[in-house]
Design a protein around this ligand. Structure first.
Ligand code: PMP
Length: 400
């Protein structure tokens, strides 16, 4: 049972057992991951200079094992199509700065859905400004799904890239990525899928999606902070120029000419987060030790239960109603500011998030600046949902 593996769930907050409902911000770590980090530093720490000495070889092997595990998780054709990065934000900046700089020109368009996290908007604005291209929002329907008719109308031969979340961090919406990708490809556009909120919730297959780029952050999938991955189709990655320069990414350096290491090392300048890769490998082994389809089904029941229970509260409104959402419920409660709600719950040991969730255009779509968000993971229980609803009811009664 996943829950027993998570030591932090034993702690109390403000005198109450912790109820962690802020998984959209970051997930808690299994004991196996924490122990693997400690064991790595206690007995295996080394840089990964290939072939220098035994421990360097061991560290190199485990680093590459981590890459292979990510490739398996994503259904990538080869580990060489996986680049280690700090997280989703860095991955998208890498694509914008490397691929974008060579493939965007004046008048070109980048279509970005309105439900994107700021990290899938701002890097495109930066490179669009530099290349005199345009970032064009794809509108949402009232239910929080991407408007497919508008999308089809916006696509043109000017479209170079479509940037989409595989799951919204505010609405939980899962767009029809495979169909949207197929449509984009008809115009020769590439598609980048931000998997930050998808990866912990359901199985992903980048080849089935036919995504050109796919990104995720380790810390949202039970691994440490500071490590994440970028997948790119091998033929695209092969043609991309290096992003950051430094050690580990070169073949030979001379003041006359510098040549670069093969992919993916060309994109990994400097000493990487080796311990982070150890943690990520362990987290993925932990996650895939469960039947992922069964996890997705459990979470679907849990979120449906939570949705039903929350809406029994008068004045509570959940943002988005597209079917098939991941376990993210963003809501407003009449008469109570989101920050007040989060404070009240925190006093009872219940952690949720209040604010704009780094997705201001999404909230603006609902006429809001901020909202409260409960986001669930496989280790959450219906009992914890009951505690959330009970505490919210008490908040309402305290001011009635
Ligand atoms: N995209 C989405 C959908 C997210 O939810 C997040 C994190 N909240 C990010 C991107 C950014 O991830 P990170 O901060 O780990 O780079």
């Amino acid at each position: 049972m996943a829950r027993q593996d998570i030591p932090i769930l034993q702690r109390t907050v403000n005198g109450h057992p912790l109820v962690w409902l802020d998984n959209g911000a970051t997930t808690q770590k299994p004991r196996q991951v924490i122990e693997a980090l400690s064991a790595y530093y206690a007995s295996a720490n080394s840089n990964i200079h290939r072939g220098a000495h035994t421990m360097a070889r061991e560290a190199t092997n485990i680093y590459e094992e981590g890459r292979a595990a990510v490739a398996r998780l994503l259904g990538a054709p080869t580990p060489d199509s996986v680049v280690f990065v700090r997280g989703t934000t860095e991955a998208i900046n890498l694509v914008a700065q490397s691929w974008g700089r060579d493939n965007l020109g004046p008048g070109d368009e980048i279509l970005v859905s309105t439900m994107e996290h700021h990290s899938n908007i701002v890097p495109w604005q930066h490179i669009a400004k530099e290349r005199r291209a345009r970032v064009v929002p794809i509108p949402l329907l009232p239910n929080g799904q991407i408007d497919q008719n508008a999308y089809a109308d916006l696509l043109s031969f000017r479209t170079q890239l479509v940037a989409l979340s595989h799951a919204s961090n505010v609405l939980g919406t899962v767009p029809p990525v495979r169909e949207m990708t197929a449509l984009a490809h008809r115009y020769g556009a590439k598609v980048l899928v931000d998997g930050a909120q998808a990866i912990a919730h359901f199985p992903v297959d980048v080849q089935d999606l036919d995504a050109d780029f796919y990104t995720f952050s380790g810390h949202k999938v039970f691994a440490p902070t500071g490590i994440g991955a970028l997948y790119a189709k091998p033929e695209i990655l092969q043609c991309m120029r290096p992003w950051q320069g430094g050690g580990n990414m070169i073949e030979s350096v001379d003041f006359g000419q510098t040549t670069y290491a093969p992919v993916p090392h060309r994109f990994e300048a400097g000493t990487g987060h080796i311990a982070g890769v150890v943690g990520l490998l362990t987290a993925l082994n932990w996650l895939t030790s469960f039947d992922r389809q069964a996890v997705a089904t459990y979470e679907a029941h849990l979120v449906a239960y939570a949705q039903q229970a929350l809406t029994t509260l008068p004045g509570l409104e959940i943002l988005g109603s597209a079917p098939g959402r991941v376990a993210v419920l963003t809501f407003t409660l009449a008469g109570h500011e989101p920050a007040e709600i989060a404070d009240w719950l925190d006093r009872e040991g219940i952690a949720i998030r209040a604010g704009h969730h780094c997705a201001q255009p999404t909230l603006r779509h609902y006429g809001l600046q901020d909202a409260a968000r409960a986001s669930l993971a496989l280790y959450n229980t219906p009992h914890e949902v009951d505690q959330l609803v009970h505490s919210l009811r008490q908040l309402q009664q305290s001011t009635a």
